[in-house]
Design a protein around this ligand. Structure first.
Ligand code: NDP
Ligand code: BG6
Length: 515
C-alpha cells in the first residue's frame, strides 16, 4: 500500500482466520428456503445430506428462515426422522461447546412427509406442509433427489407440478448415475427438460451433481493452476510426460451390489468423478470464474478427446482372499450380485486429448474397489531434464512429479531431486510438501456441504451441464458397449491387492509407471 509516499505491507491474515461464506446474509429479501430431501430414509441422505445440512447450519451458512423436510415412502413421524438423523450428525467441524444445543435447534427444523415418488397427491400434501412453514414469505424450494435413478423422473414430475414454489425459485438436484450410456443419458435429460429448465434464468431448474467437484482439492485445482505463475507455463505436452487420475477404495461394494452390478466401475467412477477432474486439470484458462465460462472450457476439453478404445482398457473384478485368518469376500459373494457377473470393479484406461496443448500425452485413469488402500489423487509426471548434469550421481535420476492428493490426508506435494547434505555429491528424491492438516487448523468441509450451499445460492460452477454430460458419455459409451457385447471377462484380483497386473502392462505400453 502506498501512503504518503511510503510503501507499507499490510499484515498477513492467517488463512484460518479468513472470514468465509459463513457471513453471507441470505435474509435480506425476507425469503425462506425449504429443503426437501427426497429419499430421506436412504443411505446417502443419512450418511451425507443431513450431516452436510447440519454442518452448514452450524457454520451459520443457512438462511435464518429455513425448513428441512424428509420425504420417502417409509412410515415415519417427525420425531422418528429426528432420531434417525441425529445418529449421523457430528460435531466434527470443531468442538465448540454449543454443538449439542445447535443439533437440537437444527432437528427442530426437520420434518417428515411420507409419500410415494409418483404421487401428485402426496406431493400436494408436501406442498401444503411446506406452505405452513413458509408463512407467507417468498418461498424458495430445493429438492434433493436422493433416490434410485429409475424413479428420478416420476419424482421430478410430481415435485415440479405439485410442490414447486409459486413465489420463489424451485431447484432440483439430481444424483448420479445420469444414465448408462449416451442414449439413456440423453433420454434422461430430455425427460428432465420436460418439467424443468437447466438455465438459471428460469424459476424451475435442475442441476446434476458430481460430488467430486465439491472436494476441497478439486476446487483448488484452478487456484493452483491459474493463480501461481510457476505451474501454468509447465502445463502442457512440452513439460508433462503423463497424468494419472487414481481412485482406490479398500472396501468392496458392501451392500450396494444391486446398484453397482448394473453400472460397474467405469460408469460409477471414471465417466463422472475422474473425468470431471481431468477436464478441470486440462482445460484452457476460462474467460472468467463464471460458471458458464468454466463449463464452456470443460466441454471443449471433453470434445477434444478420443473415445476410449477397447485396447486401451483393462478391467478387473475382485475375488475372495484370506489374510491373517480373515476371509474377504469376492464381488460375486454379495447376495445382490448375480452369480457369474462380469461387471468390472476395477478398470484402468488410457485417454488422449487431441489438442495443441496435450497432443500425445497419455492421461491414465485407474479406479478400483477392494484394493490395498483408499485414495484419490492426481499425479503429474514431468519429462526428463535434457542433458541433466547429475545423471552420474544417481542410478535412476527421477523426474519431477506433482501429486495432488484429493483424499485422504489432503495434500499437494512436488517430488524433486535434492542433494543429500554432506561433503559428497549424492542426490535423493524429496518432497516439497503442503500437507493440509499441518498447514490449516480448520477441518475441511465435506463436498456435499459446498454443493448444497452452492445450490441454495444459485452458484452452478460445480454442477454438470448437460452438454458436458453428453460429451462425457460419448467418450465411454462405445467401449462400454464393446465390453458388454463381447462379454469381456475381467482379470480377477484378490480383495485387498493392488489390482490386476494388466493395468501395469497398459501403462507400460505408454512408457508410464503408476505412481
Ligand atoms: P437407497 O437405495 O438407500 O435409496 C434411497 C431411498 O429410496 C430408500 O431409502 C427408499 O426409501 C427409496 N427406494 C429405494 N429403492 C427404491 C425403489 N426400487 N423404488 C422406490 N423407492 C426406492 O439409495 P442411496 O441413498 O444409496 O442413493 C441415493 C442416490 O444417490 C442414488 O441415485 C445413488 O446412485 C446416489 N449416490 C449414492 C451414494 C451413496 O454413497 N449411497 C454415493 C453417490 C451417489 P423408501 O422405501 O422409504 O421410499
Ligand atoms: C460414489 C460412488 O459416487 O462415490 C461410490 O457411487 C463411491 O461407489 C463413492 O464409493 C466415493 O465417494 P467418496 O467421496 O467417499 O470418495
Amino acid at each position: 500500500i502506498l501512503k504518503d509516499g511510503i510503501l507499507s505491507v499490510p499484515p498477513v491474515t492467517p488463512p484460518e482466520e479468513v472470514k468465509d461464506i459463513a457471513s453471507f446474509d441470505f435474509d435480506k429479501d425476507k425469503s425462506t428456503v425449504s429443503i426437501t430431501v427426497v429419499g430421506a430414509s436412504g443411505d446417502l441422505a443419512k450418511k451425507k445430506i443431513f450431516p452436510a445440512l447440519f454442518a452448514l447450519y452450524y457454520e451459520g451458512c443457512l438462511p435464518e428462515h429455513f425448513t428441512i423436510f424428509g420425504y420417502a415412502r417409509s412410515k415415519m413421524s417427525d420425531a422418528e426422522l429426528r432420531t434417525m438423523v441425529s445418529k449421523t450428525l457430528t460435531c466434527r467441524i470443531d468442538q465448540r461447546e454449543n454443538c449439542g444445543e445447535k443439533m437440537d435447534q437444527f432437528l427442530e427444523r426437520c420434518f417428515y412427509q411420507p409419500g410415494q415418488y409418483d404421487s401428485e397427491k402426496n406431493f400436494l400434501e408436501l406442498d401444503r406442509n411446506l406452505k405452513q412453514h413458509e408463512a407467507g414469505r417468498v418461498a424458495n424450494r430445493l429438492f434433493y433427489l436422493s433416490i434410485p435413478p429409475n424413479i428420478f423422473i416420476d419424482a421430478v414430475k410430481c415435485a415440479s407440478s405439485s410442490a414447486s414454489s409459486a413465489s420463489g425459485w424451485t431447484r432440483v438436484i439430481v444424483e448420479k448415475p445420469f444414465g448408462r450410456d449416451s442414449e439413456s443419458s440423453a433420454a434422461l435429460t430430455r425427460s428432465l427438460k420436460q418439467y424443468l429448465d437447466e438455465d438459471q434464468i428460469f424459476r424451475q431448474v435442475f442441476s446434476l451433481i458430481d460430488h467430486y467437484l465439491g472436494k476441497e482439492l478439486v476446487e483448488n485445482l484452478s487456484v493452483l493452476r491459474f493463480s501461481n505463475l510457476i505451474f501454468e507455463p509447465l502445463w502442457s505436452r512440452q513439460y508433462i510426460r503423463n497424468v494419472q487420475f487414481i481412485f482406490a477404495e479398500d472396501f468392496g461394494t458392501e451392500g450396494r451390489g444391486g446398484y453397482f452390478d448394473n453400472y460397474g466401475i467405469i460408469r460409477d467412477i471414471m465417466q463422472n468423478h475422474l473425468l470431471q477432474i481431468l477436464a478441470l486439470f486440462a482445460m484452457e484458462t476460462p474467460v472468467s470464474l463464471d460458471a458458464e465460462d468454466i463449463r464452456n472450457e470443460k466441454v471443449k476439453v471433453l470434445r477434444s478427446m478420443r473415445p476410449l478404445r477397447l485396447d486401451d482398457v483393462v478391467v478387473g473384478q475382485y475375488k475372495s482372499h484370506t489374510r491373517g485368518g480373515v476371509k474377504y469376500p469376492a464381488y460375486t459373494d454379495d447376495k445382490t450380485v448375480p452369480g457369474g457377473s462380469l461387471t468390472p470393479t476395477f478398470a484402468a484406461a488410457a485417454l488422449f486429448i487431441d489438442n495443441a496443448r496435450w497432443d500425445g500425452v497419455p492421461f491414465l485413469m485407474k479406479a478400483g474397489k477392494a484394493l490395498h488402500d483408499r485414495r484419490a489423487e492426481i499425479r503429474v509426471q514431468f519429462r526428463h531434464v535434457p542433458g541433466n548434469l547429475y545423471n552420474k550421481n544417481i542410478i535412476d535420476l527421477a523426474t519431477n512429479e506433482l501429486v495432488i492428493r484429493v483424499q485422504p490426508d489432503e495434500s499437494i506435494y512436488l517430488k524433486i531431486n535434492n542433494k543429500v547434505p554432506g561433503l559428497g555429491m549424492r542426490l535423493d528424491r524429496s518432497n516439497l510438501n503442503l500437507l493440509y492438516a499441518a498447514r490449516y487448523s480448520k477441518e475441511i468441509p465435506d463436498a456435499y456441504e459446498r454443493l448444497l450451499l452452492d445450490a441454495i445460492e444459485g452458484e452452478r460452477r460445480l454442477f454438470i451441464r448437460s452438454d458436458e454430460l453428453d460429451a462425457a458419455w460419448s467418450l465411454f459409451s462405445p467401449v462400454l458397449k464393446d465390453l458388454e457385447d463381447n462379454k469381456i471377462v475381467p482379470e480377477y484380483y484378490p480383495y485387498g491387492s493392488r489390482g490386476p497386473v494388466g493395468s501395469h502392462y497398459l501403462a507400460a505400453r505408454y512408457k508410464v509407471r503408476w505412481g
